[in-house]
Design a protein around this ligand. Structure first.
Ligand code: SAH
Length: 250
C-alpha cells in the first residue's frame, strides 16, 4: 500500500503524528528531495529503501512504487507541505488506480500556514479579508487566463503566492495592475520553519527590490494584503455581547 504523506513546511517536528508513524513503518520512502527536509528520513527504519524523486520522472516513481509494492511492505510518498497544493499527486494517484495499487493520503502543514506562523499573521481578519487566494505566477506550468495574477489581485483579498519568488518583478507588476497600490503591505517568507528562515516585510511597491536585497530567488512564499498591517474588527465569536451555541451573550 502507498501512503501519500505531507511532510510539513520544513521543521521536522511539524509532520503529523500519523505521518511520522507511517515513515517509521515504511519499507520504502520516496521523498521530494528538492524541498522535503531530509532530517525526516532519520525516522526511517534502518533497512528502509530511500528514493529521491527530485531525480526521477513520474514513470520512474510509479515503477519504483510498483517494484516496492511487489515486495509487500508499506511505501511512503513524502511530499512537502500538504500534498494537495502543487504536489503533482493526482497523476500518481490515477496511475496507482490504473495498476490496482491501493493508496491513502495523510495531510500536512502547508507552507502558507508555516509562513503565517512565522509572521504571527491571520489571513482572515474581520473587516479586512475573509478569503485567502492561493495562486502562483505562470512558469513552465501555465495558469488559466481567468486566474492571471492581475485578475485575482482585483479582489484585494489576502493572497499567498507560491512558486514565484524567482519572478518578483513580474509579481509586483501584476499586483499593481490589480487592486493593490505601491504601499499595500506585503511579505516574503523564505524557508518558513527551517533554521535558515528569512522574513522580509515590505510593500507591493518594494517587493522586487526587497527580495533582491535579501537574495531570495526560490523556496519562498509571497504574501500580500491588508492582513499584514494595522486595523481590523474584533471577532463576533469572542464578543461578550454575542450569543453562541456554547455561551450566552450579555
Ligand atoms: N505542497 C507544498 C507546496 C509545493 S510547491 C505546500 O503545501 O507548501 C513549492 C513552493 O512552495 C515553493 O516554491 C514555495 O513557494 C513554497 N514553499 C514550500 N516550502 C516552503 C517554506 N518552508 N517556506 C516558504 N515557502 C515554501
Amino acid at each position: 500500500m502507498v501512503h501519500f504523506v505531507g511532510a510539513g513546511p520544513g521543521a521536522p517536528d511539524l509532520i503529523t503524528l500519523r505521518g511520522a508513524e507511517l515513515l517509521k513503518n515504511a519499507g520504502a520512502i520516496i521523498y521530494a528531495g528538492s524541498l522535503v527536509n531530509p532530517a525526516l528520513l532519520a525516522l526511517a527504519r534502518e533497512d528502509c529503501r530511500i528514493y529521491n524523486s527530485a531525480e526521477m520522472t513520474l514513470e520512474q516513481v510509479i515503477e519504483a512504487i510498483r517494484k516496492e509494492n511487489g515486495r509487500g511492505g508499506d511505501i511512503v510518498r513524502l511530499h512537502t507541505g500538504d500534498p494537495c497544493l502543487y504536489g503533482a499527486v493526482r497523476e500518481q494517484m490515477d496511475a496507482l488506480d490504473a495498476l490496482g495499487i491501493p493508496w491513502d493520503d495523510t495531510p500536512g502543514v502547508s507552507s502558507f500556514c508555516g509562513a503565517a506562523a512565522a509572521l504571527g499573521a491571520e489571513y482572515t481578519l474581520p473587516g479586512v479579508s475573509q478569503s485567502v487566494i492561493i495562486t502562483r505566477m505562470a512558469g513552465r506550468t501555465p495558469v488559466p487566463d481567468a486566474e492571471r495574477l492581475e485578475n485575482l489581485a482585483r479582489h484585494g483579498a489576502s493572497m499567498a503566492i507560491f512558486l514565484s519568488a524567482g519572478m518578483l518583478e513580474e509579481v509586483q507588476t501584476a499586483l499593481l495592475s490589480g487592486a493593490y497600490s505601491a504601499d499595500s503591505p506585503a511579505a516574503i517568507v523564505y524557508k518558513a520553519t527551517w533554521p535558515e528562515e528569512k522574513i522580509v516585510r515590505c510593500t507591493v511597491g518594494t517587493l522586487a527590490h526587497s527580495g533582491g536585497l535579501a537574495g531570495i530567488r526560490k523556496t519562498a512564499i509571497i504574501l500580500v494584503g491588508g492582513f499584514l498591517s494595522g486595523g481590523y474588527d474584533r471577532s463576533k465569536l469572542y464578543d461578550p455581547a454575542f450569543t453562541t451555541e456554547f455561551r450566552k451573550g450579555t
